[in-house]
Design a protein around this ligand. Structure first.
Ligand code: PXP
Length: 248
């Protein structure tokens, strides 16, 4: 099965918002991602707007030529924004204002009616509806009951174990859990299966061996690497600007 990579560019916006500046441009970042082979762009429009802004979503909708996936909470205000912006897909996530990043999957089972209502509205607007869940059998069944077309399996726990050599057994157990969840979602419920959260250049390979996972949403590790691999050139260009001593 083919594997698609959506690049999550939230943290390009984090750098921009640190100064409420116009750079780095999210549009330029998205275009470079696409030019470099990304199959799609993912952004998370958080309730507190700490990185991505509403205007980013509408501008990206006009410029992204591959696939635009927007992560958001299930509340009505957010769904209304999505319907207006018309991205290709919306991934419903759990959101807690105090969290540094999304902490785990959405509990679709305990909020089934609200999730189903949100999905109904998204699908009526021709937007693909995905839910970000832990790799749990009952959450997959609930996603199916809520009429989701896709599940994104949360790889946070797998990624956390992968940071520690001593946790090889837990890492393998979590990897097996992801595999079983992907198999159940795809084979029994005919759901598309994505994965994401905490994936890195080192730990993604094993997850990519799971046949039914066809989409990856990866952000922080790519942006973190981009900062480093781009540093040499950025410094050289500023050094040149200083040495040229050109007055305005
Ligand atoms: N998938 C979902 C649903 C997320 O909330 C996030 C983080 O915004 C990601 C994927 C990407 O995670 P990371 O930035 O750790 O790659």
């Amino acid at each position: 099965m083919t594997k698609r990579l959506n690049v999550n560019i939230d943290h390009v916006a984090t750098v921009r918002q640190a100064r409420r500046a116009s750079e780095p441009s999210l549009i330029a970042a998205a275009m470079l991602c696409e030019h470099s082979g990304a199959d799609g762009i993912t952004i998370h429009l958080r309730g507190d707007r700490r990185h991505i802004q509403d205007a980013d979503l509408f501008l990206l909708k006009q410029t992204v030529t591959t696939y635009l996936n927007v992560e958001m909470a299930t509340d009505e205000e957010m769904i209304a924004i999505a319907i207006q912006a018309q991205p290709d897909a919306v991934t419903l996530v759990a959101e807690n204002p105090q969290e540094i990043t999304t902490e785990g999957g959405l509990d679709v089972r305990s909020s089934l009616a609200a999730v189903r209502r949100a999905i109904e509205r998204l699908r009526a607007a021709n937007i693909i509806a995905s839910v970000f869940i832990d790799p749990d059998r009952d959450q997959i069944a609930a996603a199916h009951e809520a009429c989701a077309q896709q599940v994104e399996l949360c790889t946070a726990l797998y990624s956390e174990h992968a940071k520690h050599h001593a946790r090889a057994a837990q890492r393998q157990k979590e990897w097996r859990r992801l595999g079983e969840a992907a198999e159940l979602a795809a084979s029994q419920y005919d759901l598309s299966v994505a994965a994401g959260h905490g994936l890195t250049y080192r730990n993604v390979g094993a997850v990519a061996t799971i046949e039914h996972i066809t989409e990856f949403n990866i952000g922080h590790n790519i942006v973190a690497r981009a900062v480093l691999v781009g540093m040499e050139r950025a410094v050289q260009e500023m050094r040149d600007a200083v040495h040229q001593r050109r007055a305005w």
